[in-house]
Design a protein around this ligand. Structure first.
Ligand SMILES: NC(=O)C[C@H](N)C(=O)O
Length: 489
């Protein structure tokens, strides 16, 4: 650890010697890794070798933190530091990979997912169970996998890559301390499976759907806590845990969000706390599943003022609480509301509230007009957007909106009744209405042959161009670094 400050860029020097992670010949030929026209010599810039799967160069720059921390020693300030570094370098890189200890990686991933507002690029955390310089380690594979994904695909989320799988960062939890398959995302399928081929699950991917500028909010409220219910817990314990300065609690309850409803003393402590303004979020102790009020024992908690945490992990709920409570501009009610909303794909979406408002064709016309494009181009945009709108309407089962989209297409081609689109859309809409499983957007997607209907479009998912530039941020544990230095000596 002492040496890591005396010997800057130790990790980069070691990576440079690993042919899987750096193509030294290419770097020398192009002078790429030693010179950057804007900022001078770049000794910490490396390049992945070409392989059959990727047709372009992935160039990455390593930023090494000092001192290196075991992730158990990390706290909110360390999250803020990483967030600020992403913000600082955001424009210059296509993606970010953060090397992090596994023990608290799920917390950091969750925290960053909330701190990064309007994210439009991949931020991927990864690490290893066995140090990267030991025989049979998983660190190299994990780093390579994370770089390949960050360098090739626009997955604008904070993710966690481990053991061939890319997960949404705020959905993961560490489930195994002694296996390479250390993480699980119990309530959401992986975003990507990277086995022989890299297969992205574009349907699952979360997009901020905003044009606002990316920013990192580093304000996190530290007066939050995690309390696990257990049979026989005393009201005194709960009372002490909930007292000031505590402002927010994640209560880990039984099964689908249940607590004893025959314990008036406990329920009273919960009610007293929520009435004092402490925000309590109800999350299940179970690995998988969601919180409901279908049992009386679950309803007792919502009556005591707890916010339902749906299917959030405790890690995500705690970080969300910390992020939301730091918003001094919001009232308690607004904060409670925000906690029950899906902010970054951390919980199952409330599709009831997500109705499309397509009352008439003006909406789309306004969109195309505001783009200041020619009539021909407007038609192309309309053709491209209508299938997607129809898919969205059918996904949430909104037949009214589906009718509106259909009308829009009819009105657009009113003077060209022989236009092939009319027939195509008629056929497609009949198919859409007839699909019994109306929630399956994927099926509906296949029915459309419109230009932008496929989520596999390179515009939406795959990154085009000759090269992309990622940034790796090192947050390796100190233990690892001492091992590193021993083996380098
Ligand atoms: N394998 C590991 O990554 C564990 C280590 N204690 C850490 O979280 O930094």
């Amino acid at each position: 650890m002492l040496l890591s400050t005396l010997m800057p860029n130790v990790f980069v020097k070691a990576l440079r010697k690993l042919p899987d992670l750096h193509d030294e010949q290419y770097a020398l030929q192009t002078c790429m890794s030693y010179y950057d026209s804007t900022s001078g010599p770049q000794e910490n810039t490396l390049v992945l070798p070409l392989c059959k799967k990727i047709k372009k160069r992935i160039v990455y720059t390593v930023l090494e933190y000092s001192p290196l921390l075991d992730s158990c020693n990390m706290a909110t300030d360390d999250w803020a530091r990483i967030g600020k570094d992403i913000e600082k370098h955001y424009e210059k890189y296509d993606g970010f990979v953060i090397l992090h200890g596994t023990d608290t990686m799920a917390y950091t991933a969750s925290a960053l997912s909330f701190m990064c507002e309007h994210l439009g690029k991949p931020v991927i955390l990864t690490g290893s169970q066995v140090p990267i310089y030991e025989m049979g380690n998983d660190g190299r594979d994990n780093l390579l996998g994370a770089l390949l994904i960050a360098g090739q695909f626009v997955i604008p989320e904070v993710c966690l890559y481990f053991h061939h799988k890319l997960y949404r960062g705020n959905r993961v939890t560490k489930v195994d301390s002694g296996s390479f398959n250390a993480f699980n995302s119990p309530n959401l399928a992986p975003l990507t499976n990277a086995d022989v081929d890299i297969k992205n699950n574009w349907d699952t991917e979360w997009r901020a759907n905003t044009t606002s500028r990316f920013r990192v909010s580093t304000q996190m409220n530290r007066n939050v806590g995690l309390l696990k219910l257990f049979p026989g817990i005393t009201a005194v314990t709960v009372k002490f845990f909930l007292q000031a300065p505590m402002e927010g609690i994640v209560l880990e309850t039984y099964g689908s969000g249940n607590a004893p409803d025959n314990r008036a003393d406990l329920l009273e402590e919960f009610r007293n706390a929520t009435e004092r303004g402490v925000i309590m979020v109800n999350c299940t102790q179970c690995l998988r599943g969601t919180v409901t009020t279908s049992y009386a024992t679950g309803k007792a908690l919502s009556d005591a003022g707890l916010v339902a945490g749906c299917d959030m992990t405790s890690e995500a709920a705690l970080c969300k609480l910390s992020y939301v409570l730091a918003r001094t501009d919001l009232s308690i009610e607004a904060k409670r509301m925000m906690l029950s909303q899906n902010l970054r794909g951390e919980m199952i979406a409330d599709l009831q509230g997500a109705k499309l408002t397509l009352s008439d064709s003006d909406d789309l016309d306004e969109v195309t007009k505001s783009l200041s494009i020619s009539c021909k181009e407007q038609e192309a945009v309309r053709d491209g957007l209508t299938p997607t709108l129809a898919c969205a309407a059918s996904k949430i089962g909104d037949l009214e909106a589906l009718d509106a989209v259909k009308e829009l297409v009819r009105n657009s081609y009113i003077n060209t009744s022989s236009h092939p689109c009319i027939n195509r859309f008629d056929r497609v809409f009949i198919d859409v209405y007839q699909i019994s499983n109306i929630n399956s957007a994927k099926k509906i997607n296949v029915l459309f042959s419109g230009p932008s209907s496929s989520m596999d479009s390179p515009m939406l998912g795959g990154r085009t161009g000759v090269s992309s530039h990622c940034m790796v941020m090192l947050h390796l544990s100190m233990t690892y670094m001492s091992i590193t230095l021993c083996s380098l000596a």
